[in-house]
Write a protein that binds this ligand. Structure first.
Ligand code: FES
Length: 117
């Protein structure tokens, strides 16, 4: 798991945009975990090229979403197979959504934006 730290951790209440990795570091059809400023974030690259990011911990029982398989633009939790979309919503009733993070692909680089601290 790759761990990243911001150069200036004090973000003054503003969102922080971080270069996460090269696009080629993300396997097509799978997820990969990154630790960014103490948060473990799962980043996915769908077969059609869409890249999206969620918290790694499944809100059901903390399954590692980065280890889940992608079905289209949904990640399937490896523990109980609940599905979460790119908006973080779960396909099961009474399960909270997982947090998501804006992702941008610029050329060959992937950037993520963390909320204001
Ligand atoms: S821990 Fe993810 S579906 Fe149960």
């Amino acid at each position: 798991m790759q761990t990243l730290a911001l150069k200036s951790p004090g973000r003054n209440g503003k969102p922080a945009r971080v270069r996460l990795c090269a696009l080629d570091d993300l396997p097509v059809g799978l997820g990969r975990p990154f630790v960014v400023e103490g948060r473990t974030i799962a980043v996915f690259r769908a077969r059609d090229g869409k890249v999206f990011a969620t918290d790694n911990a499944c809100p059901h029982k903390n399954g590692p979403l980065a280890d889940g398989m992608l079905v289209g633009h949904q990640v399937v939790c490896p523990l109980h197979a609940f599905r979460f979309g790119t908006d973080g919503e779960c396909d099961q009733p009474n399960v909270c959504a997982v947090a998501t993070y804006p992702v941008e692909v610029e050329g060959a680089a992937v950037f993520i934006t963390l909320p204001a601290a």
